[in-house]
Structure formats: structure tokens, C-alpha cells
Design a protein around this ligand. Structure first.
Ligand SMILES: CC1=C(CCC(=O)O)c2cc3nc(cc4[nH]c(cc5[nH]c(cc1n2)c(C)c5CCC(=O)O)c(CCC(=O)O)c4C)C(CCC(=O)O)=C3C
Ligand SMILES: [Fe+2]
Length: 361
């Protein structure tokens, strides 16, 4: 039987990677920040976040679980594609995974990266990592296509809507109605936002997800919650502007203005990365306690079956495109479905052009 995922003969999950034991932490941070100009004090501080969790990031286990769920979903949907996983910053490294794919006879794979939005860090840098890994492996490396951005796919947005509703329901009745929704994502340099997508896409994509969730929560609850986009994990030297406000700073202001409860909704993250379990569940929660704010945290998409099914739907959609067929491209909110092949110049590398796959340049 011809598979509806031709021309692909494998699926590749592409992610960030994280340390798994205390001895991994410093070499991991060196991998992440090589040539990125991150001050030493920031590195020491972030190292402490990892040490506080036993030197183990949750991200690799989350990717193993996601890959397992995708494999199972493929199997029950009659899709016969082997699944692979490779990282930018830690074992299993992309080049090692590509070597294994070559040895298994894989010729052409479709890739999902674990960043949903456009930015250099979340898109082009992965495209550069794929180019580097292919160059490393040589002529026998599989050909790679990257799935479109999925921040506005219903399979990503709907789990976030339900998670917001659940977190709101868990607040006490007295404060729920006037609770502030704080949609949280990873801060990036303002220049990186300016250069994201065809310009400013990082923030505008997050805003469209936030507005869609707020509207759907209104449809369910009859109340339009006052909402805003805030940031976590600011890094870099202090003289370089990054997206603001920081979630903690904003909670300070809100508490002073009389807000009694906040729900943080980490739409910038697909699972409970270190930024979620440290910056939100540990640091922001402590800030809320100090300020006397009631605090809720919405779950990330994680292993939600709709999110897992989205991966399959995107694979089938892209295969149909490659077969020359017309396809429906599900997308919710104010933004159209994203491109399959990144346009020239999108998510530019502020340090200058480098070889990248899956785009026009
Ligand atoms: C947009 C974005 C995402 C996408 C959202 C997504 O993919 O989910 C993301 C993901 C991640 N970032 C992660 C960790 C780190 N990011 C760092 C540094 C930086 N991130 C940046 C941006 C982003 N990062 C930037 C502009 C820097 C400055 C250095 C540079 O310009 O490249 C540093 C260095 C120390 C520090 O500076 O904080 C670390 C340790 C982890 C793993 C977490 C875990 O272990 O669970 C993940 C998934
Ligand atoms: Fe990061």
C-alpha cells in the first residue's frame, strides 16, 4: 500500500537538548552559549537553576515521551514512518542521529522542531544546525524538510485554551473574575524580534495566540479576562535591549495596583522546560507569594493527544504538498498558516549569514 506520507521515509524530532546529570551542566551551557556573548554571571545563575534540579533538565525526558507518543499515534493511524530525535546542544546530537538515519537507509525525512514560533533561536538557528549536521555527515545524509510553524495550529492552541480554563477554575472564587492572565514566553533581544519571520513575527505570533485563547476563554466563561504578554529568561549583557516586561516585574506592578490573582500561561513553550519549572513554578511563584498574589500556572501542550495528532496532521499535510496536491492548512486566530519553506532573510542571524537548510537562503 502506498503510504500517504511519501516522499518521506522518516520523521525527525529536532530539539534543544539539556543536561542529564550535574557533570553535564557546564559543558551543556558552553555548547549553548558558544559565541553568543552571554555574561559569566548569567551562566553561573542559570547553572544554579539546573543544579537546583539535580543537574537534570526535564527537556530530554519530555522529548523521549513525545517521540514515543508520536510513534504510537503513527502506528495506530496506519503511518509507517520510523521516528528519530536529535538536538542542537546535547546528546543525541543531530549529526549522530543523521548518521544513524543514513545507516538505516533513510533518504528523506520530515522534521518538527520543538519551537512553535519564528525567531532566530527557534527557527533559523535550527536550520543552521541541520545544515551543519548534514555537512558533517556528508553525501549520504538524508534530505530534510522542516514542518511549518505551528503556534497557530488548533492542535497547539486548543490544549492551551483548556489549560487556561483549568488554571482559572483552580483559583478561589473570590479572586477569579479579576485575575490577570499573563501569557509568558522566552524573552529575546528586541533586534531578534525585529528580524523574526518577515519582521516582528515573534511578538505578533504570540499576540495572535494570546488573543485567540482569550476569546475562546470568553466563549467558555462569558468573561473577557484582562491579558498581556510578558517574558521570562532574559539573558545577554544589560546594555542590549530584550523584550519586556519580565513576568516578576509585572507582577510587582500589578500587585501595587490592586490585582489579587494572576494566571501565567506559558504559550512560548511546548512542554515544561527549565524556563517553566524554574522561571515560573519556582521564581514567579515565589514572587507571587511575597506579593500576596494568588498564583495559577496553566499546563503546557506536552503530551496532549491533540498536540500529538497535530504532528501527524502536519506530516500528512506536508507530504501532500510535496506530492503536488492541494491541502487544507488548519490555522486559528489572526495569522495565516505559516510557510513550508522559509523565505529569504527570514529570522536573520544578527551575526551574519550562515548556511541553513529548509529555506530560500
Ligand atoms: C526563543 C528561544 C527559545 C524558544 C522556545 C523553545 O524552544 O521552547 C529558547 C529555548 C530554550 N532555551 C533553553 C536554554 C537556554 N537558553 C539560553 C539562552 C538563550 N535562549 C534564547 C532564546 C530562546 N531559547 C536566547 C536569545 C538566548 C541567549 C543566547 C543566544 O542568543 O543564543 C541559555 C543560556 C543561558 C541563558 O542565557 O539563559 C540556556 C541554558 C532551553 C532548554 C531548557 C531546558 O533545559 O529545559 C530551551 C528549550
Ligand atoms: Fe533559550
Amino acid at each position: 500500500m502506498a503510504s500517504d506520507t511519501a516522499p518521506y521515509d522518516a520523521f525527525l524530532l529536532v530539539s534543544f537538548g539539556g543536561p542529564e546529570k550535574p557533570e553535564d551542566v557546564v559543558p551543556f551551557l558552553e555548547n549553548v552559549t558558544r559565541g553568543r556573548g552571554i555574561p559569566r554571571e548569567r551562566l553561573e545563575e542559570v547553572g544554579e537553576h539546573y543544579f537546583a534540579f539535580g543537574g537534570r533538565s526535564p527537556i530530554n525526558d519530555q522529548n523521549r515521551a513525545l517521540l514515543g507518543a508520536i510513534e504510537e499515534d503513527f502506528r495506530t493511524s496506519g503511518i509507517d514512518l520510523p521516528v528519530y530525535w536529535g538536538n542542537r546542544n546535547w546528546d543525541p546530537y543531530l549529526a549522530d542521529t543523521l548518521r544513524r538515519m543514513e545507516a538505516d537507509g533513510v533518504k528523506r525525512a520530515v522534521c518538527l522542531v520543538t519551537s512553535a514560533y519564528s525567531s532566530y533561536s527557534g527557527c533559523r538557528q535550527y536550520r543552521e544546525n541541520l545544515a551543519d549536521a548534514v555537512a558533517d555527515v556528508g553525501a549520504g545524509a538524508p534530505r530534510l524538510d522542516k514542518l511549518r510553524h505551528y503556534y497557530n495550529h488548533p492542535g497547539f492552541v486548543e490544549p492551551n485554551v483548556d489549560a487556561t480554563l483549568t488554571a482559572l477554575a483552580e483559583l478561589s472564587d473570590a479572586v477569579r473574575h479579576d485575575a490577570r492572565l499573563l501569557f509568558v514566553t522566552h524573552s529575546v533581544p528586541t533586534l531578534m524580534n525585529d528580524q523574526s519571520g518577515r519582521g516582528g513575527a515573534y511578538v505578533s505570533q504570540h499576540r495572535s495566540v494570546m488573543e485567540e485563547i482569550v476569546e475562546r476563554v470568553r466563549q467558555e466563561t462569558g468573561h473577557r479576562y484582562v491579558s498581556e504578554l510578558v517574558y521570562c529568561s532574559r539573558s545577554g549583557p544589560p546594555h542590549i535591549p530584550w523584550l519586556e516586561p519580565d513576568v516578576n516585574d509585572r507582577m510587582e506592578e500589578l500587585a501595587r495596583e490592586g490585582t489579587e490573582a494572576v494566571v501565567v500561561v506559558p504559550i512560548g513553550f511546548v512542554s515544561d522546560h527549565m524556563e517553566v519549572i524554574y522561571d515560573l513554578d519556582t521564581e514567579a511563584k515565589a514572587t507571587a507569594e511575597k506579593l500576596g498574589l494568588e498564583f495559577g500556572r496553566a499546563a503546557t501542550a506536552g503530551l496532549d493527544p491533540r498536540f500529538v495528532a497535530m504532528v501527524r496532521e502536519l506530516v500528512v499535510e506536508r507530504a501532500a504538498v510535496e506530492q503536488g496536491k492541494d491541502v487544507a492548512r488548519p490555522a486559528v486566530g489572526s495569522q495565516p498558516p505559516s510557510w513550508d519553506v522559509c523565505p529569504a532573510g527570514c529570522c536573520a542571524n544578527a551575526r551574519g549569514p550562515r548556511p541553513a537548510l529548509c529555506g530560500q537562503d
